[in-house]
Design a protein around this ligand. Structure first.
Ligand SMILES: Cc1cc2nc3c(=O)[nH]c(=O)nc-3n(C[C@H](O)[C@H](O)[C@H](O)COP(=O)(O)OP(=O)(O)OC[C@H]3O[C@@H](n4cnc5c(N)ncnc54)[C@H](O)[C@@H]3O)c2cc1C
Length: 504
């Protein structure tokens, strides 16, 4: 730290974004930095956002949190992937599993061998070659065992969690406060700017208290209290590509053992999520209000619950898109205030995490140099665009023509960047992910195949194997995956033995 360093960091908002930011920056930045979180219990948090993807585990690792204690403390379950039901055609089901898919050979991804095997008539369902998908289908889970046999999928079991968002925010808050983060309860009613620079200077609370800082992180949720209401960053609206703009959310009773995966079931004007926790199931219906009324969408949700609802459904309106600039002057927006892409692939918490990691690398001095701001904004623009393209793929690559909503999605114009990915895969089963892109070849392959995109051919190098060798290869992979899954305990049994949460 020197005389130009930021000394007071103020985080506005104590939802998942606010507390994740506070806990991570406490670990990643210099100890002299004072960190304060202002939140308003009266406003509360959004309370959804309960399914994660594997990079999330890095956050807990950074904080040194014990996994089993975390699972117990947030009523969490384990997640091996996401099941998509009825997306390409009614009746379809595929799982986008985390981790590996089959076995890459001579530098070529497995799905290309599978494509050839399919054309020869010797390939089975793609999921049978993925440890995560097969284990998910059979309701099994365990983390990587210490005695995993070499060169098998058991050597690195890739997973994430489902957790209770409210318990998670509380959990992080306790951690943050124990590590010196100061929490201020109160509703901010005014945001003061320095006259010379236009930097945010002081926040005025409803009871008249003021909080000053050198640098502010806006985690105030959809309100965008600083970034939009005060600094008017502007919003890039992507609803022409991601037309869903509302969600009804409701928890219900658990009536079956928790599945180790999230489910996303297509509905006439959107889709429904199912997130199993230890003490309840989180459900929501994401829909497009141009194609379905709020009342109808609520009925669709309530008619498709497995158990008794445990609360009144809550309506959450949103717009798919992102802030034009996430960092303006001395304010960075992280979380819903920075943008929102619907929860189909559980990416919002990941976008919080990646924003924090980038900010930690580019954390400025008090002048917040333009070069740093530009770099950060460009990187976040890229992150959002990659996730956006992956989400659009699920809607657009469909054969469904049974409702006006699906007709729109199937025939809509898509971003050029996504069009190129689909064209390359359709031509020759090739997938070349962009550097640093969140979703890698395995994810794109599973979703494109699951959405029934059929490659016309495969790369010529795949013909290096004879027909007999290829048949033997895919059979071998299937057997290895099957034998590995067979030793994994039931998800419910694993939780009961190692991390059962107390009743809520
Ligand atoms: C329908 C839906 C489903 C989702 N599902 C998933 C999912 O499965 N997986 C996933 O990764 N993400 C999901 N998300 C996103 C996820 O919920 C959010 O990214 C995450 O909860 C972070 O929210 P937040 O902290 O930005 O905002 P919030 O939780 O809204 O927190 C905002 C905070 O700001 C405070 N605040 C606001 N105004 C003031 C003020 N004037 N004064 C003082 N304090 C103020 C509030 O009190 C609160 O503490 C979902 C989102 C939606 C809408």
């Amino acid at each position: 730290m020197n005389e130009h360093s930021i000394r007071r960091l103020v985080i506005v908002g104590g939802g998942t974004a606010g507390w994740m930011t506070a806990t991570a920056l406490r670990q990643l930045l210099y100890p002299e930095l004072s960190i304060e979180v202002i939140e308003s219990e009266e406003i509360g948090i959004i309370g959804v956002g309960e399914a994660t993807i594997p990079p999330f585990r890095r956050h807990n690792a950074l904080l040194g949190i014990d996994e089993r204690e975390f699972v117990r403390g947030t009523q969490a379950t384990f997640k091996l992937g996401i099941e998509f039901r009825d997306w390409a055609r009614p009746g379809d089901s595929y799982i986008h599993g985390f981790g590996t898919l089959g076995l890459d050979l001579d530098g070529q991804p497995f799905h290309q061998y599978w494509t050839r095997a399919l054309q020869m008539g010797v390939a089975k369902d793609l999921g049978l070659y993925s440890f995560n998908v097969l284990a998910a289908r059979q309701g099994r889970f365990m983390p990587t065992p210490t005695d995993a046999p070499k060169d098998t999928p058991l050597e690195d079991i890739v997973y994430a969690y489902h957790f209770d968002a409210t318990l998670y925010a509380r959990y992080l808050r306790r951690f943050a406060e124990a590590h010196g983060v100061r929490r201020i309860e109160g509703r901010i009613v005014e945001v003061g700017l320095r006259p010379d620079t236009g930097f945010v200077d002081t926040l005025v609370l409803q009871d008249g208290r003021t909080v000053s800082g050198d640098f502010f992180i806006d985690c105030s949720g959809f309100r965008g209290l600083l970034i939009e209401q005060r600094l008017q960053a502007g919003y890039e609206d992507w609803s022409h590509w991601l037309p869903c703009d509302r969600a009804w959310a409701v928890p219900c009773e658990n009536v079956v053992p928790p599945t180790p995966y999230t489910r996303a079931t297509a509905r006439p004007a959107g889709w429904q999520w199912r997130i199993p926790l230890q003490h309840r199931v989180g459900n929501g219906h994401v829909f497009c209000s141009r194609h379905m009324s709020e009342d109808e969408a609520r009925t669709v949700l309530l008619e498709n619950l497995e158990g008794r609802p445990l609360a009144e459904p809550k309506l959450i309106p949103f717009h798919g898109g992102k802030r034009r600039r996430a960092w303006i002057r001395n304010v960075v927006a992280i979380g819903l205030s920075g943008g929102f892409l619907e929860p189909l692939e559980s990416t919002a918490i990941h976008l919080i995490q990646t924003a924090i990691a980038k900010l930690a690398l580019l954390f400025p001095e008090r002048d917040c140099s333009e070069a740093l701001r530009n770099r950060y904004n460009a990187q976040m623009d890229e992150e959002f665009a990659w996730v956006r393209d992956f989400l659009i793929l699920h809607y657009h690559a469909t054969e469904r023509a049974d409702t006006p909503f699906w007709n729109y999605c199937r025939t809509m114009e898509i971003p050029e960047s996504l069009r190129e990915v689909i064209a390359l895969f359709s031509d020759s089963a090739r997938i070349i992910p962009r550097t640093d892109e969140l979703f890698k070849t395995v994810s794109w392959a599973q979703v494109m195949i699951g959405q029934r995109i059929k490659p016309r051919r495969y790369p010529p190098v795949i013909d290096r194997l004879t027909d007999a060798e290829l048949t033997k290869f895919v059979k071998h992979v299937e057997e290895v995956v099957g034998s590995c899954v067979a030793v994994v305990p039931a998800h419910e049994a694993f939780i009961a033995r190692h991390c059962k949460a107390p009743p809520p």
